[in-house]
Write a protein that binds this ligand. Structure first.
Ligand SMILES: [Zn+2]
Length: 232
């Protein structure tokens, strides 16, 4: 017993020391938390954790015909495949914001029709935002690569994203409008301006159809894979 006393006492002392250190650390953490809580409320700032909350995730792939709009393209990249010069669109851009190439490079007749429609929609309390318009071929290629990664195959991606050679966005002939009250307005009134939804699965995607003012919009394709323009 005598032989074990000394090590036992040492262990006890060590335990006491650890307890003191632990308590000190706990107090320091508590003080820091209290301090931050005080700072947060005093400065009326949102809690720090909120700045780390992830962005809303993009909609999951869906086989339904009325899927949610695709996620917007990243806006932080550099180079010709992304960024506003390539046709990326920050939040809040309207059809009147022609400092953005996505808007300025649209076909002039399409842009003119969009502006007339947007002005009339504003009278109804509805605001059009451009989620996508003209895109550079490099940007379109990047979107297609991302869609293939997201949907798992070229075939499924083709239902949502065209190639640089076939996309009406690259030629400036298509615009993606949001939010849903704007597309609902366009679905009711767009034909009067020649603005038509082309694909059943893309209620946000509009193009100009010259005959629509007189005869209404042509029958929609189920999705872009049904569109003869995509078969090149
Ligand atoms: Zn589109």
């Amino acid at each position: 017993m005598a032989q074990t006393r000394s090590p036992a006492r040492t262990t006890t002392r060590r335990r006491h020391w650890l307890l003191v250190v632990g308590l000190t650390a706990a107090l320091a953490v508590a003080a820091a938390l209290g301090y931050w809580a005080g700072v947060s409320s005093a400065a009326s700032q949102p809690p720090l954790v909120q700045s780390f909350s992830p962005a809303p995730s993009s909609p999951a792939p869906s086989s339904s015909a009325s899927a949610a709009p695709p996620s917007k393209a990243p806006r932080t990249g550099r180079g010709s495949a992304s960024g506003p010069a390539a046709g990326a669109v920050p939040d809040g851009v309207t059809v009147f914001d022609d400092e953005f190439p996505a808007v300025a490079n649209l076909d002039p007749a399409l842009l003119e029709a969009l502006r007339r429609a947007a002005a009339d929609a504003a009278d109804d309390g509805v605001q059009f935002y451009v989620n996508s318009g003209w895109r550079s071929p490099e940007y379109q290629a990047r979107l297609l690569r991302e869609a293939i990664a997201k949907y798992g195959s070229k075939e499924e991606a083709a239902r949502w994203v065209a190639t640089p050679d076939t996309s009406p966005h690259v030629s400036g002939d298509a615009v993606d409008i949001g939010p849903s009250d704007a597309t609902a307005w366009l679905s009711r009134h767009g034909a009067q301006y020649g603005l038509c939804q082309i694909y059943k699965n893309e209620p946000w995607h509009y193009e100009l159809r010259a005959g629509a003012v007189e005869r209404g919009c042509p029958r929609m394709y189920a999705d872009p894979t049904q569109d003869p323009r995509m078969r090149q």
